[in-house]
Design a protein around this ligand. Structure first.
Ligand code: ZN
Length: 595
């Protein structure tokens, strides 16, 4: 098993050319490399194999560092095989130069090596030699048989398709002693970079065991220019983003944080012109400030820059990861016999534990499952505080989702649960939830059905149906809540889907990537807006027996609903005209009602 501290000590005694002067110096870790080391150590401390995916800004030195760890692994252990995979032949050579340079320092530590070949370094040990090899992604296809305890996939967003990932990742056994790092600068969401993007999202959403590590240019101490060059900042939305990420809350302009923010802005202005030929989108990809930016944001985002910025400022780490189980101990609470068992591999993330006398709202989206790309998800909001409490996303079938919702609902004090019904899988989930588990608090449609436009039929009274009429409601309600600071999002995965949402022909959609968490999150919020008596995030604890109705929030809802009814009527009218155009004028006797 790689001893990470010993590896770091060995590495810091070995020679490497200095990035700026090219003079040989001992390997001194940059802050971002220390960050990596600490992330690896944290996984090891949990007894997990080291699995990391790194989305990075150009040239922060991550590859060299990871390869150094691989080298130390081969020096320290007998009979192990480490593999570095490069995108292309030329990059393989450049990449392998790092370990080849580092081993020149080994004799000084009392360790002598046979002459390495161009593709392999052999480390003699009494119990069997260890090897560190280099390959290109194209070469390794079909190369089965070998087992690696250390695998570094470099510039992985450049690999062609999913195949190299599939064949390479399967060469590493699922054992706590093993180490896999997938690392790259982003290369868009579709095309060659898609496999990397999808793997990155799985890691960010906690759906895989990989730790998602983002290293942006803001973390790179070489990406700085004189703060005075940016004394007029911010001049655009991107600069505002950097300031909100780096500067102090007040943006006083005098403290260390503000100074750093201005240095970053100054470097950004310089690099856009001098490194990216004035192409801001290219700059975002090569030198991202946030990982969302790395994958290039949509042309016509569904949420405004300000809304995304406000949401981003709320993001925090979950306080627990675990699974919900029935408490079978004698001490179990008969009314609420569900407990959370800590489990680092679970797709359930918790930000707030349930509290008595609070009200919780759960939105759920069953996997649509046309391919195995889709996830089922559930999202829990607290009505009183407007805080995200928990989020679940995983590839599970509708019945398992129903079981999860039953447990989750009971755990959160009989939370109201709304399942997205569009498509039969959601209906199935709801049916199991209602009939098998007899869950007591399933969302009932709260529209103004009595004032529906003519011809509008409500097909079901329980559950959430996303239609042309209700889809905009989801977005509008949440945008308002974000703008007024009522919704505290916390969840980075939900944020990333918010960032990816775009308006296409008047309809919000996530064209690249997933919208499962976003959907569950928006539904959860809206049902809270509809049913939470004082309005979401009123911060008022309600009396369970005698819930007061907040007149103002009721009025607000009536106005909102009236607004939506007008939209609905316009739509119904439009459809009638379309039918008229398609089918010709109505037959004699039929009435032109509504046109
Ligand atoms: Zn300041």
């Amino acid at each position: 098993m790689i001893n990470l501290d010993a590896a770091a000590t060995l590495l810091s005694s070995l020679p490497i050319p200095d990035y700026q002067s090219q003079a040989m110096v001992n390997f001194r870790f940059k802050p971002s490399q220390v960050t990596l080391l600490n992330k690896f150590k944290a996984q090891r401390a949990k007894g997990l194999p080291i699995r990391a995916i790194i989305c990075k800004s150009r040239r922060f030195g991550g590859s060299a560092f990871v390869d150094g760890i691989g080298l130390a692994h081969c020096v320290g252990e007998e009979n192990v095989n480490a593999m570095i995979v490069a995108h292309r032949k030329d990059s393989a050579e450049a990449l392998f130069r790092v370990p080849l340079t580092l081993i020149k320092g080994l004799p000084s530590t009392g360790y002598d090596l046979p002459e390495p070949t161009q593709k392999k370094i052999t480390f003699p040990h009494p119990g069997g030699d260890s090897t560190l090899s280099i390959a290109t992604a194209g070469d390794v296809l079909g190369g089965r048989g070998a087992a690696f305890s250390f695998l570094h996939l470099s510039e992985a967003a450049g690999y062609q398709g999913k195949a190299p990932f599939t064949s390479l990742l399967s060469t590493v056994p699922d054992h706590p002693s093993t180490f896999i790092v997938v690392e790259s600068t982003a290369n868009k969401k579709i095309g060659p970079g898609e496999a990397f993007y999808s793997m990155w999202c799985d890691a960010v959403y906690g759906k895989s065991e990989y730790d998602a590590i983002f290293i942006g240019y803001i973390d790179d101490i070489l990406c700085r220019r004189d703060a005075l060059e940016a004394k007029d900042a911010p001049v655009n939305e991107d600069e505002k983003d950097i300031i909100s990420l780096v500067a102090c809350d007040k943006f006083c302009g005098r403290c260390g944080k503000c100074h750093k923010a201005l240095e970053c802005v100054a470097w950004r202005r310089w690099a856009i012109v001098n490194k990216c030929q004035g192409d801001v989108e290219l700059f975002h990809q090569e030198y991202p400030a946030t990982w969302e930016e790395a994958f290039i944001t949509p042309q016509n985002p569904a949420f405004t820059h300000d809304e995304r910025r406000i949401a981003r400022a709320t993001i925090i780490e979950p306080i627990a990861t675990g699974r919900l189980e029935r408490d079978i101990s004698p001490a179990a609470d008969p009314g609420r016999p569900i407990i959370l068992i800590p489990d680092d591999r679970s797709p359930l993330k918790v930000w707030k534990f349930p509290e008595e006398r609070k009200h919780y709202y759960i939105g759920a989206d069953a996997a649509r499952g046309y391919d195995n790309k889709d996830y089922a998800s559930a999202f829990v909001w607290c009505g009183e505080t407007g805080e995200t409490c928990a989020r679940y996303a995983s590839r599970i079938n509708p019945e398992s989702l129903a079981e999860l919702l039953n447990f989750m609902g009971i755990y959160y004090f009989k939370a109201m649960v709304a399942v997205e019904l569009t498509g039969n899988l959601g209906l199935w989930t709801q049916k199991v939830l209602r009939d098998t588990y007899q869950y007591p608090n399933i969302y009932k449609w709260k529209g103004r059905d009595d004032r529906q436009p003519v011809g509008y039929v409500t097909r079901t009274s329980i559950g959430w149906e996303t239609t042309a009429r209700t889809r905009p409601m989801l977005l509008d309600a949440f945008r308002t809540a974000i703008r007024f600071g009522r919704a505290k999002l916390y969840d980075a995965a939900a944020l990333s889907q918010m960032e990816a949402a775009e308006m296409i022909e008047g309809k919000w959609e996530v064209r690249q990537g997933h919208d499962d968490i976003l959907m569950a999150m928006l539904i959860g919020w809206l049902i809270g807006e509809q049913w939470h008596s004082a309005g979401m995030a009123s911060s008022k604890l309600l009396d369970l027996e005698n819930e007061p109705i907040d007149k103002k929030s009721e009025d607000r809802k009536v106005i909102n609903n009236a607004d939506l009814d007008v939209q609905g009527q316009v739509r119904a009218h439009w459809w009638k005209i379309q039918r008229y155009i398609k089918n010709g004028p109505p037959k004699p006797g039929a009435r032109l009602d509504g046109i």
